[in-house]
Design a protein around this ligand. Structure first.
Ligand code: SF4
Ligand code: SF4
Length: 412
């Protein structure tokens, strides 16, 4: 694609990056078929190619309107278009740049600003979110059904093994996950403990910064990023092998730390190293699959459906890694139609774009339940809670299912 960037953006770091991404797009339109919003709305401006055009026009100096903002807001940032694109267009990076610029040029209504500010400042706070969740659970009966369904039941985390192995890895604590499902990181710690790896939560580790970043509070987000680097760095210097992330949405953010702080002289090298050390829990477990298969031999079968989050399959580009681990452990995987499509959770999307999100949820639940699974497994807390709001079938993180299976097999 030919570009002619306007003077105000040409030569800036964002302009240079956006220009190189735009130039890769050849307008082929292959990405349209796998874009969830285009599939639902059938409007070219709600497709990757249409949004790329809108961002190109803005960068070339055309007026930016609420229409531009609306079509960018409707994008789930699922990055299915990146998986489909034959030209390697890094749409996710482009839309991050585009949204930041639109936010500076188009004023939102006071109500919208307040809602976004509230989400950006409560969700990442473990204390505030934990309090809100506790109140929601206590007064669930008084809440509208649509909201009540989004509040997961409390489940005990179980024991976290003492750090006894020479091999150590750090785990991202996260923001909403410790309150919503503390069992996920504890299950990861138990599974890795059986594999000879101690999982440690560094004190001071916090939200990955993804929620604030995607709500366009990009400077606030960097404060979380730096806090995590500061918390992890002493452990990295002492030989921690990896930073393990059990929510794939957060994994995509930690993978970007190096890029986000590349121009910060105090943090650039550390951030790059942290991104290099970041591993989704599936990558860590897959590397130890031999030992795991031996530990789960003679297992009873259970049929499950696996929902691969967009952040796992399109963001981190981890595909076909979780399924064989679950199969080894005795889970029979049901076929899932349209497995590449988003469930509609997408960070705060289900709150900010409820109608589109709900349609995607209905489609996803129908497809997941098509094979009549006993349970649904996934790899991201946002997808887990969202899908659970649409079905009575239990939804779990796959590491919880594996932990449960290892528990059934006796201690190893
Ligand atoms: S990120 Fe997802 S919703 Fe956004 S344009 Fe790409 S495929 Fe469509
Ligand atoms: S598939 Fe890639 S190159 Fe083709 S229109 Fe979409 S983004 Fe552009």
């Amino acid at each position: 694609m030919q570009t002619q960037l306007a003077d105000w953006i040409r030569g800036t770091p964002e302009g240079i990056e956006a220009d190189s991404i735009l130039r890769k797009c050849v307008h082929c339109g292959f990405c349209l078929a796998t874009c969830p919003t285009y599939t639902l709305l059938g409007d070219e401006l709600d497709s990757p190619r249409g949004r790329i055009y809108l961002m190109k026009q803005m960068l070339e100096g055309a007026p930016v309107t609420q229409r531009t903002q609306l079509h960018l807001d409707r994008c789930l940032t699922c990055r299915a278009c990146e998986t489909t694109c034959p030209s390697g267009v890094e749409y996710g990076r482009l839309v991050d740049i585009g949204r930041d610029l639109v936010e500076k040029k188009v004023a939102r209504t006071p109500g919208e600003r307040l809602r976004r500010w509230f989400l950006a400042h409560t969700l990442p706070s473990r204390g505030l979110f934990g309090l809100a969740l506790g109140l929601g659970r206590a007064f669930r009966g008084l809440l509208p059904e649509s909201l009540a369904k989004k509040i997961p039941d409390a489940r005990p985390a179980g024991a976290w093994p003492a750090a006894r192995h020479a091999r150590r890895m750090l785990v991202l604590a996260g923001c909403v996950q410790p309150s919503m499902a503390p069992s996920i990181n504890a299950a990861a710690a138990r599974v890795l403990d059986r594999l000879g790896i101690s999982l440690v939560e560094a004190s001071g580790s916090t939200c990955c910064g993804g929620v604030t970043f995607h709500l366009n509070y990009q400077d606030d987000s960097l404060a979380y990023v730096k806090a995590n680097i500061d918390a992890w760095w002493p452990h990295v210097e002492k030989g921690a092998e990896a930073i393990v992330i059990t929510a794939s949405g957060c994994g995509t953010m930690v993978a970007e730390y190096g890029h986000l702080l590349a121009a910060d002289p105090a943090y650039a090298d550390k951030a790059k190293r942290i991104s290099e050390l970041a591993r989704d829990i599936s990558q860590v477990v897959a590397a130890e699959r031999g030992a795991l298969a031996a530990a789960t031999q003679g297992k009873p079968e259970e049929k499950i459906a696996f929902h691969s989050p967009c952040s796992l399959q399109h963001g981190l580009k981890i595909r076909g890694v979780v399924e064989p681990i679950l199969a080894d452990a005795g889970f029979r995987l049901a076929h899932v139609h349209d497995a590449h499509l988003c469930c509609g959770s997408a960070g705060t999307y289900s709150i900010l774009q409820p109608e589109l999100s709900h349609q995607l949820l209905e489609n996803k639940v129908r497809n997941l339940m098509g094979g009549k699974p006993a349970r649904i497994a996934t790899a991201n807390i946002g997808c887990l809670a969202h899908i659970q709001s649409g079905t009575p079938t239990p939804v779990r993180h796959w590491i919880e299912l594996l932990d449960e299976r290892l528990g059934q097999m006796g201690s190893g």
